[in-house]
Ligand binder design. Structure first.
Ligand SMILES: NC(=O)c1ccc[n+]([C@@H]2O[C@H](COP(=O)([O-])OP(=O)(O)OC[C@H]3O[C@@H](n4cnc5c(N)ncnc54)[C@H](O)[C@@H]3O)[C@@H](O)[C@H]2O)c1
Length: 326
């Protein structure tokens, strides 16, 4: 029901899968369900629950006759993870253990896990490939890496498991309908929802954290990936796992990087709005640049990104306009 999950649910339903969403709504809203149903013209099952409630989750997996799980439930604010590390370990690591136990109890062994490029840490080389050393620099990244390691141990201990750990780069954009998009509760952390707040007048200006990096315009460069391309990656991984047991890691990124100012200019062009911004100090732990080598996903999953930065900004603008009017 969250940002990536809602877009992935739409795509899965449109590809003929039946979807049941399990979410405690700590960073999402129940109204998203109705919007997913409007887009797909299908009823979607939903249970409000915490992944740490193992018994409840196992009951849902059994009762809904689930055969594969996409595990997106987690807290994701990198900065907050340093302020509240135990909350993050409890939710993200303990939550994943509980999910695996629920799957074991329900006899399931196919899992796609939302991992992150933050597992790599300071680049030893770029682009990051899946063999790049992993040395995350914050609790959030360590949560992701610990879960990946746990999943690898699990797949060694029991060869029935089919697991894909998808290391996402920077998901942005929204569904082309404008009905769903990134809609966090509380103060947003990611760039696009903050731009949305500037457009709607809730914020006076966008804060750019650091304009003195060693990049062409001084602002940080990231590998932005359209959320619908990312959703396609989940579908491709699920299909591929049918013939491939074990635990596998894939980067999901575009292989290119754009600066914050590049993104801002594309957004201004797509929206016709001017976005005031101010450079503030660097955020501790932020990297100047990183991007993916996504050749493994291309070769094995037959997946690569299709949508450009302009597509991303146009879809985000549609969503921002829609959410302002509703
Ligand atoms: N958006 C990104 O930039 C990004 C990048 C890399 C990885 N990821 C990972 O992808 C996943 C989805 O991210 P998103 O951007 O859609 O975030 P999101 O916050 O929109 O979605 C996460 C969902 O998980 C739910 N949730 C959290 N803890 C839960 C719990 N204990 N039990 C049940 N539900 C719970 C939230 O209510 C929310 O709906 C997360 O695991 C995140 O760490 C996100």
């Amino acid at each position: 029901m969250g940002y990536i999950g809602s877009h992935t649910a739409v795509l899965l339903v449109q590809a003929g899968h039946q979807v049941h969403i399990y979410d405690n709504l700590c960073n999402s809203n129940a109204s998203t369900l109705e919007r997913i149903q409007r887009i797909t013209s299908r009823d979607i099952g939903f249970t409000e629950g915490d992944v740490r409630n193992t018994e409840k989750l196992a009951d849902v997996l059994r009762n809904e006759k689930i055969d594969a799980v996409i595990h997106l439930a987690g807290l994701k604010a990198v900065g907050e993870s340093s302020q509240k590390p135990i909350e993050y370990y409890a939710n993200n690591v303990q939550g994943s253990i509980s999910l695996i136990q629920a799957m074991q109890s329900a006899g399931l062994s196919t899992l796609v896990f939302s991992s992150s490029a933050t597992v790599y840490g300071d680049p030893v080389y770029l682009p990051y490939d899946e063999d790049h050393p992993t040395k995350p620099t914050n609790p959030y990244g360590r949560n992701k890496l610990q879960v990946e390691e746990m999943l690898r141990d699990l797949s060694v201990s029991d060869q029935a498991w089919r697991i894909a750990c998808l290391r996402y780069f920077n998901p942005v954009g929204a569904h082309e309908s404008g009905l769903i998009g990134e809609d966090p509760n509380g103060i947003p952390n990611n760039l696009m929802p903050v731009i949305g707040q500037v457009v709607s007048g809730k914020l006076a200006a966008l804060n750019i954290f650091g304009d003195d990096y060693d990049t062409p315009d001084g602002t940080g460069k990231r590998d932005y990936i359209h959320v619908m391309d990312l959703a396609e990656g989940h579908l491709a991984a699920l299909t591929w796992l049918e013939a491939n047991p074990g635990c596998h890691i894939f980067n999901l990124g575009s292989g290119d990087s754009f600066s914050v100012l590049d993104l801002l200019r594309h957004f201004e062009e797509a929206s016709g709005q001017s976005i005031p911004y101010q450079a503030v100090g660097r955020r501790p732990g932020d990297l100047p640049e990183y991007y993916a080598k996504a050749d493994k996903a291309a070769k094995l999953l037959g997946w690569k990104t299709k949508q450009s930065l302009s597509d991303i900004c146009e879809s985000a603008w549609l969503w921002i306009k829609h959410s302002q009017n509703n």
